[in-house]
Write a protein that binds this ligand. Structure first.
Ligand code: ZN
Length: 290
């Protein structure tokens, strides 16, 4: 794995299309970038902050655990600004930054650093949709960047916002059954999720249209590839495609519980899922015997 300097990384991020003053929503796999000389741990974050400068803002998802029946064992299912995110190292690093701001949504909070942070996050709480900060990114003519996780976490999250805006995100069978608890005016409240993005691997299917419409820009970033789109351009394509086919976002795995079982508009896949799981178990049984 080749080493990279901070200056080279900044140059590659600029080549990707990130400019001074930009608002940038970032998803990144830090390990995939490789070793950043002199700044191994925070190299990408510092490079992003250097490229957008004092007038730019970086934002990422800092989602936390969603619990079944949060009205029971409330203390164990509590979200606070200190809760550890499950969205990777970039979110954890940003939360430790002294200038970071985190939104108050009890399961799908976001963290941002920069002068637009309050505008992006101040209204994102238990009353708003999970993916609302992406709308604010669009309003500020922001960009969406994916670095090193195009296969494991495709999609700009604008797709989830589009699912919400088209009324699909609320058609999940776990609506009202899962959530977390949080503090409001000194009292512990129960938050029940109403909107879901679901399994995001299906977002790969949208890339071909992004490419056809020319809304994706790519560049080498360390040892991996970065991908950048203007958030509004990506969202417009998401909305257009999902209007025509609400199942487009679902992956094609016959044994994916999230995509085959969890959506009210896809109940026809449930028998296929049960058959596929039974066959899978039968094959495992045969392997255990042989
Ligand atoms: Zn799936």
């Amino acid at each position: 794995m080749k080493r990279i300097t901070s200056a080279q990384l900044c140059s590659q991020l600029k080549n990707l299309g990130i400019n001074n003053g930009d608002v940038v929503y970032v998803k990144a796999d830090l390990l995939s970038i490789g070793i950043i000389e002199g700044d191994v741990r925070s190299g990408l974050l510092n490079a992003l902050l250097a490229v957008v400068g004092e007038t730019g803002t970086i934002i990422t998802a800092a989602y936390t655990k969603t619990f079944f029946f949060p009205m029971f064992n409330k203390n164990r299912k509590f979200f606070s600004a200190a809760s550890t995110p499950n969205t990777g190292s970039l979110a954890k690093l940003m939360l430790k930054h002294p200038a970071s701001i985190r939104s108050k949504h009890p399961t799908n909070s976001y963290v941002a650093i920069g002068p637009a942070s309050s505008q992006l996050l101040s209204n994102h709480d238990h009353t708003s949709s999970s993916f609302e900060p992406l709308r604010q990114v669009m309003r500020l003519k922001g960009k969406c960047v994916i670095i090193g996780c195009i296969d494991s976490s495709p999609g700009h999250t604008t797709t989830h916002l589009a699912q919400h805006d088209l009324g699909y995100a609320s058609q999940n069978i776990f609506k009202g059954l899962v959530g977390a608890t949080f503090s409001l005016d000194g009292e512990t409240k129960v938050f029940l999720r109403k909107d879901f993005g679901g399994h995001n691997l299906g977002a790969r299917k949208i890339y071909s249209t992004y490419l056809d419409k020319g809304v994706i820009r790519t560049s080498e970033v360390g040892n991996t590839t970065g991908l950048m789109s203007i958030a509004q351009d990506a969202y417009d394509i998401d909305i257009d495609l999902l209007k025509k086919d609400k199942k487009l976002i679902l992956c094609s795995s016959p044994t994916c519980f999230s995509c085959r079982v969890c959506w009210k508009y896809n109940i026809l896949d449930i028998p296929k899922y049960i058959s596929a799981k039974l066959i899978q178990k039968f094959i495992l049984m045969l392997k255990a015997i042989s």
